[in-house]
Design a protein around this ligand. Structure first.
Ligand code: PMP
Ligand code: GLN
Length: 386
């Protein structure tokens, strides 16, 4: 598993390039087709004009943002962090994941991750010299679930940490209280760290997002990662953060200073304001996305896809085995834009398991209603009559 990423292109870049080449609707790479709140864009302009953040910001992040992150964790999750020692600003969640793994994983350590997993997890575990140990989420009753017994069975004497992701990309699963309690219990019992990627924390349509850091015994062994990209629809600004104990955050900062050192100066000030937006912003954003989910889910169902209704994130995972018997997800996705002008992402590339994701395809619904309706029509017209 050494440097298997060398020379490769991420599936998101490949599929976005395919969308551009074919002029297809891009429901592959997850980025919104409308920008976030106008007042937050204005806040970034103001910071640029006022000369705030145009030179290297402080290594841990500007104090305004660290304070805003701590206030956000308290306001939404009841978790208390010291902005000076327990919050670190990163270049998106991507850098936070990389820095956390580089800092915490020693060569030979095993890292347990929920499969299908976000593509950078596998690459970064490899860069850190670790070995990834997948625990496969399995579909049951129309949604994906974690089997706590399978997780328990994956732990060995070499396990260093569990890399969690909830709400989960690509399946849209939001881990429930019982599942998280089982992870927490295991982590405490086996003295494991948990690195948890919660970038979709505000994109939850059913149930609620529960940070694992809030479970008994977990605050001291959990590094929580999030970012502004999804919550505020500014994926290009690359403002992310980690929260955790001073010891864990210092470890991440030590690696981070040799990756980007710092990033996104003026945007850090703008995101500090975004995190303090009233509750109405967060609920309206979520309700709008839920309506979009429903439009796309209906279109996909009508077209004959088996839909796993996501509880969170902005992705719908589908199964194509009834629709395209014998076709694997990658082949299907490479042909889809030619067939009907829509781009999606094959979940199969997010698995080590040889067959579990073979016929699973992901569609993003963070797009305008008119775009989703057009995509749904194209899919219906292309598949439903066959
Ligand atoms: N983690 C997950 C699960 C993601 O889906 C993404 C990208 N959307 C990231 C991390 C990266 O976030 P960022 O753009 O803030 O680097
Ligand atoms: N997180 C986005 C997705 O899952 C993609 C981000 C990227 O291209 N690296 O679609």
């Amino acid at each position: 598993m050494t440097k298997e990423w060398l020379g490769g292109t991420t599936i998101f870049a490949e599929m976005s390039a395919l969308a551009v080449r074919t002029g297809a609707i891009n429901l592959g790479q997850g980025f919104p087709d409308t920008d976030g709140p106008e007042e937050i864009r204005e806040a970034a302009v103001r910071a640029l004009r006022d000369g705030r953040g145009n030179q290297y910001p402080p290594g841990p992040g500007v104090p305004e943002l660290r304070t805003a992150v701590a206030a956000h964790q308290r306001r939404f999750h009841g978790l208390t962090y010291d902005p000076d020692t327990e919050v670190l600003v990163t270049a998106g969640a991507t850098e936070a994941i990389a820095a956390a793994l580089l800092a915490l994983v020693e060569p030979g350590d095993e890292v347990i991750a929920l499969e299908p997993y976000y593509d950078s997890y596998a690459a970064c575990i490899g860069m850190a010299g670790g070995t990834r140990v997948p625990v496969t989420l399995r579909p049951r009753d129309g949604a994906y679930h974690l089997d706590p017994d399978e997780l328990r069975a994956a732990v060995t004497d070499r396990t260093r940490l569990i890399l969690l992701n909830t709400p989960h990309n690509p399946t849209g699963t939001v881990l429930g209280r019982d599942e998280l309690a089982a992870v927490a219990e295991l982590a405490v019992e086996r003295d494991l760290l948990v690195v948890t990627d919660e970038v979709y924390e505000h994109l939850v349509f059913e149930g609620e997002h529960l940070p694992i850091a809030g479970f008994p015994g977990m605050r001291e062994r959990t590094l929580t990662i999030s970012s502004a990209g999804k919550t505020f629809s500014f994926t290009g600004w690359k403002v992310g953060w980690v929260t955790g104990t001073p010891k864990l955050v210092t470890a991440v900062r030590s690696a981070k200073q040799f990756l980007t050192y710092v990033a996104s100066g003026p945007f850090q000030y703008a995101i500090a304001e975004a995190l303090a937006l009233p509750d109405t912003y967060f609920t309206a954003f979520r309700d709008d996305l839920r309506a979009k989910r429903d439009v796309l889910a209906k279109g996909l169902t009508d077209a004959g896809f088996q839909v796993y209704m996501p509880q969170g994130t902005y992705f719908i995972t589908t199964d194509i085995s009834d629709l395209a018997p014998g076709t694997d997800a990658l082949t299907f996705c490479r042909e889809l834009p030619h067939r009907c002008g829509v781009v999606a992402v094959p979940n199969s590339v997010f698995y080590d398991h040889p067959t579990a994701g073979r016929t699973q395809v992901r569609f993003a619904f963070c797009k305008r209603q008119s775009v989703l309706s057009e995509a749904a029509d194209r899919l219906r017209n292309s598949f439903a009559r066959h």
